[in-house]
Design a protein around this ligand. Structure first.
Ligand code: MF3
Ligand code: CO
Length: 266
């Protein structure tokens, strides 16, 4: 596992913050009628001014700048030309390389009225991310993060925790050790030391945890066709409390100000 210096963590915070700013631009304008390809173009355009490189494009052949995962799509959805519609939920996942360092995170938006169970799924998935982050401290083990996420979503609410995809270390590469599953046992897995940087990303299904991948080789969907929610933060392990490098506060402010978005779970 790669541990960063303080100066490197500061650079990673800049990369993560740029992703947060990009997702904030999305939060300002996303609405029914917009297509996810338009969201993709907006994101790519926005980071150009910062001389940042969208990191997903061409990663293992991935053909777009962002992942846009609508409703039953869990993660890695391709942006497309379909108009988003009232009642959709969409996870926008964006990665950049800025000054050689990766930022990679995601936020799920709700367009207009959604059912109470979807509202709860979104709220609980976000809560579980913070429960996991609370465990990202020195001398804890990765399994402590995993357990906290699974406990809050699966045991407490009966939601399906996706097993096939996991969080990961982050740095000069998009994916570094360790893997950070969203399920697991307390006190297991690698022990964490100061300045380990992790992308923690619960993927939580309203129904069963089972998923499959489309013929395009990327799009991961729920087997039962029910919706799935994805939130991701970039986090630096510290002694008493993890340092969150990404910034949801600016995304949330824009989300609340956008009357086309539902933020009634706050
Ligand atoms: N946040 C996702 C991840 O960490 C996004 C990767 S999409 C890819 O794996 F195209 F870059 F693979
Ligand atoms: Co990630």
């Amino acid at each position: 596992m790669i541990h960063k210096t303080g100066a490197e963590v500061a650079l990673m915070k800049e990369a993560a913050t740029l992703v947060s700013k990009t997702l904030t631009e999305v939060a300002k304008v996303i609405k029914p009628g917009m297509t996810t390809l338009q969201v993709d173009a907006l994101c790519a355009e926005f980071v150009k001014d910062y001389k940042a490189i969208p990191s997903f494009l061409n990663y293992r052949g991935y053909p777009h700048n962002i992942c846009a995962s609508v409703n039953d799509v869990v993660v890695h959805g391709f942006p497309n030309n379909e108009a988003l519609k009232e009642g959709d939920i969409v996870s926008i996942d964006m990665g950049v390389i800025l000054n050689g360092w990766h930022g990679d995170h995601a936020y799920t938006f709700m367009l207009g009225e959604v059912s109470d169970e979807i509202l709860q799924l979104v709220r609980v998935t976000k809560e579980s991310l913070y429960k996991g982050i609370e465990k990202a401290i020195v001398n804890n083990r990765v399994g402590d993060i995993s357990f906290a996420i699974q406990d809050h979503t699966e045991r407490k609410y009966g939601f399906g925790v996706v097993r096939e995809l996991v969080g990961h270390g982050l740095g000069r590469s998009l994916h570094e050790d360790p893997q950070v599953p969203n399920y697991g046992k307390r006190g297991t897995g690698p022990k964490m030391k100061e300045n380990l940087v992790l992308a923690i990303e619960p993927m939580i299904n309203l129904g069963s945890r089972e998923v499959y991948t489309d013929d395009d080789g990327w799009t991961v969907r729920t087997r039962d066709g029910k919706p799935s929610v994805h939130f991701e933060h970039d986090v630096c392990v510290k002694r008493n409390q993890a340092l969150i490098l990404s910034d949801y506060s600016i995304i949330e402010a824009a989300e609340k100000a956008n009357t086309n978005l539902n933020s009634s779970y706050y």
